[in-house]
Design a binder for this molecule. Sequence first.
Ligand SMILES: *[C@@H]1O[C@H](CO)[C@@H](O)[C@H](O)[C@H]1NC(C)=O
Ligand SMILES: *[C@@H]1O[C@H](CO)[C@@H](O)[C@H](O)[C@H]1NC(C)=O
Ligand SMILES: *[C@@H]1O[C@H](CO)[C@@H](O)[C@H](O)[C@H]1NC(C)=O
Ligand SMILES: *[C@@H]1O[C@H](CO)[C@@H](O)[C@H](O)[C@H]1NC(C)=O
Length: 191
Amino acid sequence: MRTILAILTCAAVAHAATIASRSYPPPPGPWTAGVWRYPAPYYYGDGINANNGFFWLGKEPTAYCPTSDVDCSAYPGTSTIFVGGNDTVSLLVGVGGGQQVYIDANGALAYAQPNATLPEGAVINGFERAISEAFGAPTVLAFPSRNWQLCSVNGSDDGVYQIFLGNYTGDCLLFEMRTYTASGASAWEYV
Ligand SMILES: *[C@@H]1O[C@H](CO)[C@@H](O)[C@H](O)[C@H]1NC(C)=O
Ligand SMILES: *[C@@H]1O[C@H](CO)[C@@H](O)[C@H](O)[C@H]1NC(C)=O
Ligand SMILES: *[C@@H]1O[C@H](CO)[C@@H](O)[C@H](O)[C@H]1NC(C)=O
Ligand SMILES: *[C@@H]1O[C@H](CO)[C@@H](O)[C@H](O)[C@H]1NC(C)=O
């Protein structure tokens, strides 16, 4: 009887330890996001950019800086920088009000203009950024019961994909979202 109890206790402790060590708090500060995918087509952290309200692999960021009011040399707008990841995510920008990242009603990852009212069906809560226990201990961004997907907008295989966060349907490529520490803002505003 004592032996059985000891085994059960051991099993319970081992189980708790597995859960506790599944992930670790992420490094603080801003980050860039990249596509990690293995099998083919392979991607090893290729940058995800904000472009015309949505997020893309294979497109440059669309950024704006009002040259008359701001020292735009500090805002080249050449990369897409995020903050947060503990429930909510935003774009790091110079413009007041920031820019909320959300999932739209179609499952597309999207971003709002500063101080904008979000469209109906927008989901802003539920993002989870953490250091994974996977090999190399990548810092990943996840969302429970949804998968990251690369979807070709016109069915062509030209390396341009829009980022979705939904349930896998088979028409898109699954991937892991990895994040990488960034030094600060790149854009005054993404448009
Ligand atoms: C995330 O936010 C919650 C609520 O504000 C807080 O309790 C928790 O410690 C935060 N987690 C991390 C990893 O910062
Ligand atoms: C958004 O609102 C904040 C706070 O009211 C304000 O400081 C900021 O200038 C606004 N941004 C824009 C682009 O209007
Ligand atoms: C598909 O869309 C991409 C990106 O918008 C574009 O570069 C490409 O030319 C399009 N391909 C076709 C076959 O329309
Ligand atoms: C995806 O499917 C799971 C399991 O059926 C469900 O709980 C979840 O709400 C679905 N998510 C979306 C975005 O449809």
